[in-house]
Design a protein. Sequence first.
Length: 313
Amino acid sequence: MAVETPPRVTTGTPSTTAKPETGQPWKERWGGLFFVAPFLLLFVLFMLWPIVSGLWNSFFNTSLAGVKQEFLGLQNWRDLFGDPAVWSSLKNTLVFTAMSTPPLVIIALVMALLANRKGLLGWLLRFSYFAPFVLPATVVTLIWVWIYQPGFGLVNGLLTAGGFTEIDWLNTENRAMLAVVITTVWWTVGFNFLLYLAALQGIPAQVYEAAAIDGANGRQQLFRITLPLLSRTTGLIIVLQLVASLKIFDQIYLMTTGGPNHATRPIIMYIYETGFTSYRIGYASAISYLFFAIIVIVAVAQFKLFSGRGEAE
């Protein structure tokens, strides 16, 4: 007897051919541009255009005195390489950077280690360490000019009380730069301290607990756990501090006006004097681009150095 086979039932869904996307509507593709347009406009007006304009002016004898603008080619650039004032002011800038950067990193680290605790004492330390950073440059320089004054200043009062002679700090060539460095460290170390403190608070407590169980003392935990884990933060602080120190202007202008005998005049102050006192905008632009190139080289070198260390770790 023959057995009938049931009809085959197809349960699959009919195949559909995916149609290629025709593209997003115009509003979806370009809608984001309207959100970034205000920022782009401000960036072009206040960042990109001044950069291009300054480079363009460096090839002309542009002046604020109304002199007819004349194309000079590379004359401004040749003049700056033979100008001793450019190199003396650049030397002062580098000396200030070398003197201020190490204490601004080391002292900030020590302050963060001291303030990284709970309770009222930790809060008071954080407040006192960071408070000077919020003061304006005029207030800071006024305070320290009075502290450095001969006759009634605090520093000279301590010197005379200890049997030493007074020092005219701001009017002595080999002392004025040191006085500005001390003022800068007191004023700006709070920012680096804040970065270190945030990094310290990001280290898990379990790491120290495990180290203590293994018998590590406080010194070993500091040098084998804390400092290695802060290496990236240290690299960031050094880069930021080098760039900030190279751009020194405010406190020197207010405390010494570049004196005595231009012993503390930084290159930014010389650029300012050249452009807005001597009215040589073209020449000042050329000097500023030389300084800009130095800052870029330093920043890139530091970034490569510390990023290489981070990858090695």
